[in-house]
Design a protein around this ligand. Structure first.
Ligand SMILES: [Zn+2]
Length: 510
């Protein structure tokens, strides 16, 4: 009775100033990691509109909604600097970006690997108008730009073509791209020499952009892993642009253990003023396709892949190089078919498909490509390399999420479960920083990545006992568990572990 009377009194006699300071959301009693790498503190977080307004112990303010985070961990929403979500976000049925929200991710970057929408401004405008579940930023892809101007030609550009490519990058940067991405391993990006890439990177640099790269070679295919890292550092130096190496790894037996040399190269460059960082996903398999993992790039030039596969004049050379690439990848047992038109091969390794058909693995691979190709999980990494990279203060978390690989649904919870709680390899504050303030800083995202008054209220509340990935190579599309609450720009996108209908994300521009 007394309490009721007091409440009524408070409602009736609230001074105007105090009323204005009422909170929309109050997250109480959580163990708060602010994303900077500092240890956890016990604090309450007050949110009004799209911003964090207060972080302190025992906030005494009225709030429309109060969440009790006792026993839970409160961090900034995760930021994923490398995804393949452009098509998801543009399709209203998938625009919630549920696989990411359920990992605690509030911001995704896409357009990586040199492959992006051509019209950056129009894509960002569509997302704004239609609504998206997470915040999202875009790179302009060098492969996209090259294809636009030169199709699948492996020639060097004429001066006019180079000018045209530079102007496409310029338009994209003016349209809100956060930088230039390359996929120098893939066709047609791979047809560009270093100097061509530097010219385009200079344009992005003039707009304060970032250079993001899938290295020319993460293995021993062409110039090798170490030379590819050196190429990236040269691009950074000569174009005066910060560089981010995407999904850093040592791919294949030939380069296992080279994480040591890669880390030394990068540390040395950093001490000499090159702004270089990297991202990484916590899986021993990469996600690619039968074509990209086995077929040499020359066979894809000018869009003649299918013709070249059956050209008798090329047959000996093609078989020899595809065989070498298969050895590099760890053999036919290490390629698992994960997404294909021909459903009969799903869940089988290349070795199994070959055996069923009574073919050699390479002939089976060629048949698969002729039937429309297949995504593969390619088991080619060592945990020792993964862990060595993960310990570096310049390494962020990324999913590189793609169809058929569990990383799209599991990356961020998996890093916490396996590498923080189970093994452990890194501390919780270090892991949270690698998924929040570090990518925000590298990507130039303003007022995100930290829990701080004035910052956007992208806030994650997770349960340390239950946070984990459930997606596997066999069932890659299973949502993660453990995310209890998640706000995107102050609105609850996950509430009591359930996705809400709101589309609170925003397109983010540079
Ligand atoms: Zn990539």
């Amino acid at each position: 009775m007394n309490r009721l009377r007091l409440t009524l009194a408070a409602v009736l006699f609230v001074p105007p100033l105090l009323h204005a300071q009422q909170l929309d959301l109050l997250i109480r009693n959580g163990s708060v990691l602010d994303g900077s790498g500092s240890p956890a503190v016990r604090a309450d977080i007050g949110i009004r509109g799209d911003r964090i307004v207060l972080i302190e112990p025992h906030i005494r303010r009225k709030a429309t909604r109060v969440i009790d985070a006792t026993g839970l961990i409160v961090t900034p929403g995760f930021i994923d600097p490398h995804t393949h979500t452009a098509a998801d976000l543009s399709d209203l049925k998938r625009a919630h970006n549920e696989p990411y929200l359920m990992q605690g991710v509030t911001t995704v970057v896409t357009g990586n690997d040199g492959d992006s929408p051509t019209d950056i401004a129009a894509t960002l405008a569509k997302w704004k108008q239609q609504g998206i579940g997470t915040n999202a930023a875009l790179f302009i892809g060098q492969g996209t730009v090259r294809r636009e101007v030169m199709q699948m030609s492996d020639a060097a550009p004429t001066p006019a073509q180079l000018t045209q490519m530079k102007s496409l990058v310029e338009t994209a940067m003016n349209g809100g791209a956060i930088g230039l991405s390359t996929g120098l391993y893939y066709a047609p990006g791979s047809y560009a020499k270093t100097e061509e890439v530097i010219e385009l990177a200079k344009v992005a640099a003039q707009h304060g952009g970032l250079y993001d790269t899938h290295l020319r070679d993460e293995s021993s295919y062409t110039i090798g892993l170490l030379a590819s890292v050196r190429e990236t550092l040269r691009i950074g130096q000569e174009a005066h642009i910060p560089v981010m190496i995407s999904h850093i790894k040592a791919l294949g037996a030939d380069v296992w253990g080279q994480s040591t040399q890669v880390i030394a190269l990068i540390d040395d460059a950093r001490t000499h003023g090159v702004n270089v960082t990297a991202s990484e996903y916590p899986y021993t398999a990469s996600g690619t396709s039968v074509t990209d993992s086995l077929v040499p790039r020359w066979a894809e030039a000018d869009g003649k892949l299918l013709a070249n596969l059956t050209d008798p004049a090329l047959h000996t050379r093609l078989l020899k190089e595809m065989n070498e690439n298969l050895v590099r990848r760890g053999g036919a047992d290490s390629l698992l078919m994960t997404n294909a038109k021909d459903k009969s091969i799903l869940g089988k390794t290349l070795a199994q498909v070959a055996k069923e058909r009574n073919e050699t693995p390479i002939d089976a691979a060629i048949q698969i490509i002729q039937a429309g190709g297949s995504s593969v999980a390619s088991f080619n990494m060592k945990d020792t390399d993964i862990e060595a990279f993960m310990r570096q203060p310049w390494v962020m978390t990324c999913s590189d999420g793609s169809a058929g690989h569990p990383r799209k649904y599991g990356t961020f919870p998996r890093k916490l479960r396996v590498y923080v709680y189970d093994k452990p390899v890194i501390s919780l504050p270090f892991a949270i920083r690698s998924s929040t303030s570090l990518p925000a800083e590298v990507l130039g995202l303003k007022a995100r990545g930290l829990l701080k008054p004035g910052y956007f209220a992208d806030v994650l509340v997770f349960d340390p006992k239950t946070i984990r990935d459930l997606a596997t190579y066999e069932s890659p599309r299973v949502l993660s568990t453990g995310v209890r609450y998640l706000t995107v720009n102050g609105q609850l996108a996950v509430d009591e572990g359930q996705l809400t209908p709101v589309l609170a994300g925003r397109p983010l521009t540079h």
